[in-house]
Write a protein that binds this ligand. Sequence first.
Ligand code: ADP
Length: 631
Amino acid sequence: MEQKQFKAESKRLLDMMIHSIYTHKEIFLRELISNASDAIDKLYFKSLTDDKVGLAKDDFAIWISADKDSRTLKITDNGIGMTAEELENNLGTIANSGSLKFKTENKLDEDNQIIGQFGVGFYSAFMVAKKVTVITKAYGSDVAYRWESEGVDGYTISEDDKASVGTEIILELLDDTDDEKYGEFLDTYRLKGLITKYSDYIRFPIKMEVTHSRPVEQSEEDKEAGKSPEFEEYIEIETLNSMVPLWKKSKSELKEEDYKHFYTEKFYDYNEPLKYSHVVNEGVPSYNALLYIPSKAPYDFYSKEFEKGLQLYSNGVLIMDKCADLLPDYFCFVKGLVDSEDLSLNISREMLQHDRQLKVIAKSIEKTVSSELKKMLKNDRENYEKFWNEFGVQLKFGVYSGYGMNKDKLQDLLLFTSSQGKLVTLDEYVTAMPEDQKFIYYATGESVARIEQLPQTELVKDKGFEILYLTDNVDEFALKMLMNYKEKEFKNVSSDDLGIENTEKQEEVKAKEEENADMLKSMADFLGESVSKVVLSKRLKSHPVCISSEGEITLEMEKVLNSMPGDQKVKAQRVLEINPDHEIFGKLTAVSSDSEKLGKYAKLLYTQALLIEGMPVENPVEFSNLICELM
Ligand code: ADP
């Protein structure tokens, strides 16, 4: 029999296929079952108008059988089959287009137009098999054919005596190696697992003969004698797939429990989801989706191991377990799946991410998640706050990242702890602002308790203005990105001009500052690099000192940026503020002529301010000695 060669390009593609396109060898089964299902689809469709097919819907099935002795796995369908010509065209040429332009494997990855021309799922069988045999009889044909191949070397086609219409694919599995145990694909349990994982929702039953054992009925005598029963084996035909996916059922058929149960089973979460949404989109591309917001962040959520993504199905067949491109990073907490009939299945189903349709679906999913969150915020505040506590930081990152390109979409989903002791949205904050309040005030620190004690908050609080307490590292960066909300600018309570200082007081402080300019200057000199200047404070009421910053980088940003890996450290320009109404000011002016003492006081006050701010003390030993000395 003549051995035919695969076309030259096919050879390379096959080689690539086996070694690099798919990352998981186990997907060969999904590919072969999908092909079988497609073939059945075609014949089933014919049977609707053609009595000669002679099969009813329930007769159609895919059969799996494994034989450990011969190390063979068989996938059989009673679908449309292939003629000799089809065998040649479909399985003899991997890439049957003459206009092949691809040059490198990478090129394949980029150029979706080219990839779209190939159907190569069948060849994934060679990832696990040393020999593949296809015995097939096409509907309407009298002759059956046998196609055999041991991989890149080529294939043979000969006649066969298969009686019924359909296709049988026989894989002779590769020998086990230290790393790869191909024999596992003969194991009933493993096969069942793969079918539930990848092909559960194939519309036709996937059947397998499964051997069980049961105790043999005992005679009364044996029972009385207490003999242990003997066991016999029996064979049962099991259907391994559930066939109708939940997301394809009509919403009216389904109850809340169905969705929740599905979630806990499918996504291995003990906790019920906080919210779910069943999307049926009949537009183009059409798709169904089930989306869930978990009630708890997974244990690895804030680690590098966490992978975002939704399961992606094409017409009920699982294509990808975590399709990252379906979710923007700021919605990475969403779990669920998408099923569409309109995705172009191409060279590798794992390369789908470059698909244009997929991008359209991703956009539409993003909109759904966003509007579900808005609804929850409006109608179910308690659950929204739970959600916020688990995942809110992601949304703040979303505002900040990409140079703020998503800030408009996300700003109304943000919550902040406020000085009123509750979580507020920016809209709630602005709506509650008294008429004479110009800014949205915020204060930063490592905890709410810590911020509450900051001297800088005094003046704003005294005016009765609400303050947003920012405790997450990303917070201030996110606000900087927002710049303003409903035309109200954000203002750090530590910043220079809070817009509420009364002018009389300002004049008074200014006059005092001029009077004591020399003293303040020499204090700043003593502190050297540590501060950019020493001033008299317009904001402090009861506290003696505080530290504020001037310029772009605030103290909080300095803390955050310097805690990140990397050698480049930043430094905020610190300003030491002294309360001119505090006793301490009198003490300072009294010693102002004693430059040594003034220097010591300056250092003491500066360190005190650092402590209040929660910043590290630059020289703890010197500080401790100074205190003892002055006592
Ligand atoms: P794809 O399924 O992506 O088109 P494959 O390489 O998996 O690519 O299959 C190539 C072609 O071979 C299919 O399009 C189909 O026409 C044919 N084929 C594969 N398996 C079967 C089968 N079980 N029954 C009938 N035709 C099949």
